[in-house]
Design a protein around this ligand. Sequence first.
Ligand code: AMP
Length: 361
Amino acid sequence: MKNNHSEIFTPGSIIGIMGGGQLGRMTALAAANLGYRCHIYTDEINTPAAQVSEQVTIASYEDIEALTQFAETVDVITYEFENIPLSTANLLSQLKVLRPSPSVLAISQHRAYEKDFAIQNGVRVAPYKAIKGIDDLEPAVEMLGTPCVLKTCRFGYDGKGQIKINSFDEIEPAWNQLCGHDLVLEKFIKFEREISVIVARDVNHHTKVYQPVENRHVNHILDTTIVPANITEKTTNLATTMSLMLANSLNLIGLLAVEMFVMEDESVIMNEIAPRPHNSGHWTQDGSQTSQFEQFVRAITGQPLGETGMIRPITMKNLIGNAIDQVPVFFNDSNAKIHLYGKAEVRPGRKMGHINIITKN
Ligand code: AMP
């Protein structure tokens, strides 16, 4: 393992980023501001991240030769999405420093491991059961009650790979759709609102935490993030403490986004974690002392972390699919900060960009 936990990479070093999406793009832009250079590894052509980076490798995430060559050209490696194969992360970590480490990836790319890890560390999650076969499902639905949600453990995002089960009749159709994957059944939570917290942790184990933000979803896709979140001090403290505990227990170097449900009694339940910049952290680009992307670059290169205070309230609005057509309106609004991802093809549900709207309160 190349992971020298305290190694520092100075400006001028090359950051290898696994993944070519918008999170990689905005990380590469922040890296450039700090004098770092980026090499993107992706399996697609003309990706948002490759458009703004010095070097790009286009190859399969399992191409050992291409991965080895890529590692030779960079100083430190990170990833902008969780679904790179664990074997790839292990290989890369033997060749160069990989931050966050493969052990963090292993937990965060599997819903059941993530929940087990949370519980072991005293963090509350929705009641759940790992589902290995159809025979597990009916007793699990009986135990958790309806409604409940059947989810794939891997490769789920933006509501993909999950089905709500409202009654016993819906067990078989749900199984038919998702069988073949590792699955988890969760109790359906009647939450008051959804929030998230982003924590940064550096090579010296110092942490900085952004305040909780409120997330509104449409069709399971994040639509709007409101900062500050309309939550009590008790909820803020619980959410912050829980997020810091998770980052410390993972021995994270990098960023951790923690998605949570806020309950009627002001308590919080963890939904899922992501060890990377997160859509709900985009507000920081225009509303915080340090953007989450700059913070991510600081953390993985071993630099000190920036301050995370809010400098002005922001509402972040995702531009999903045809919403990109509204961009001309935002060009005429001095309170609208426009961030577009350079994606040529508009598809329903595709994140094309986002707008950070500076609000009064
Ligand atoms: P996830 O992919 O787990 O982040 O789920 C996407 C969205 O589905 C969440 O942000 C919630 O709005 C909703 N959701 C997921 N799990 C549950 C649950 N157990 N109970 C209620 N809503 C859920």
